[in-house]
Design a protein around this ligand. Sequence first.
Ligand SMILES: Cc1cc2nc3c(=O)[nH]c(=O)nc-3n(C[C@H](O)[C@H](O)[C@H](O)COP(=O)(O)OP(=O)(O)OC[C@H]3O[C@@H](n4cnc5c(N)ncnc54)[C@H](O)[C@@H]3O)c2cc1C
Length: 406
Amino acid sequence: MSHALIIGAGIAGPVLAVALSKVGIDATLYERDAPDQDRLGAWISFQANGMDALRAVGLAAPVEELGYPMDDISFINGKGKHLGRMPMAARRPDGQVSLLMPRAELYRALADQARAHGVRVEYGKEFVTAEATADGVTARFADGSVAMGDFLVGADGIHSRVRTTIDPDAAVPRYVPVLNTGGYIPGFTVEARQREFLMQFGTKCFFAWMPTPDGGTVWFANPPMKHEPAKGVLSGMSDAQWRGWLHELMDGDAGPAAAIIDAAPGPLTGWTTYDMPVVKRWHDGAGRMVLIGDAAHATAPSAGQGAAMSLEDAVVLAQCLRDCPDAAAAFAHYELLRRERVERIVKHGHRSSNQKAAGPVARLLRDAMLPMIFRRAERDGGESMMWLQGHHLDFDSPVTPIIARA
Ligand SMILES: Cc1cc2nc3c(=O)[nH]c(=O)nc-3n(C[C@H](O)[C@H](O)[C@H](O)COP(=O)(O)OP(=O)(O)OC[C@H]3O[C@@H](n4cnc5c(N)ncnc54)[C@H](O)[C@@H]3O)c2cc1C
């Protein structure tokens, strides 16, 4: 049985480990952080195609129970004017809906599932570099330890070290000029329809909220910040500074933003966000190292698709390793099957982030255009998003055509 070293136990890593266990490949997960480490972005929206990928490898049920279904998104402007309502997900024939869930619980559930499938998960293991050898690969960690396997998968996120190990000249993540902050407020309700996210293109800041069935509210805001803040600037901001800034940004806009900012449990914190447009090399060409998830192609959070894309990668890579003659052919075929789709989504995410970061002139244009765009989306009932959220993976079907090693 061959052995895979998977770097990163975020979203893609554990799911890949489970998928590999189904095709007779044994894996160990190496995660830099502690199991209970705070995660970027408190809540995560998990779109229908991500759930489909989980279902393909039998992991949908434990994730589904963590989430609140979301049916629609309604948009308003700073004055509270309704701009449009669109379905959160395309109307899939299998009825799969999108879900909103706490990120920390999602990570925990996926790592638990990996362990339940016999995968070893090692925490506190910071990957530093790796070398391909004649018969495998050796990974080196910051604590001085090494691990050997037949191949290594970089599921180590947007700031991937596996990416630079494969290609020292790889592109670096592109800063997205809106920050992200938010969380969950238990026992706090806002006037809004159940299962509907309300999103506000505020005068100065994008702000969103959704009531949860247990009587709470999930919210997030995207304060604009043109240039990437220096390291330590955001983490150095106090709870009072965050609240003061958010109040200032939302001042004068209609809606419950001010009440949400006051009610949110502290300390508030925020995150910078990035995307990763084109990573030229997804694998080393020798069947020893390959990238999946954000390490290979990160979309801005506005697309709400990063998690789903990572999961689709994990499933397709396992299929390729099952059906291709060797790992080199499998990695090449996986790239062939995935690259076009993920790069299209990265572009889509970039466009929606730009709308959130619009300056005064672009804002006028955006506000004039949005009702038209939303009316069209409302009319088509999500059909135009079927390429994205309607995607279906059947794990048992062989991937074709199989590329023979050159
Ligand atoms: C603020 C924010 C909000 C977001 N909201 C959404 C959303 O609502 N919906 C959505 O679909 N996507 C969202 N995303 C994107 C989504 O989080 C990512 O696309 C997704 O997590 C990618 O999964 P991954 O497994 O590739 O990487 P990650 O989930 O980032 O996992 C990578 C793992 O690798 C570990 N790691 C990193 N470096 C090393 C190392 N050197 N050695 C060992 N381990 C290492 C990390 O600790 C981490 O556990 C958001 C992102 C941010 C920043």
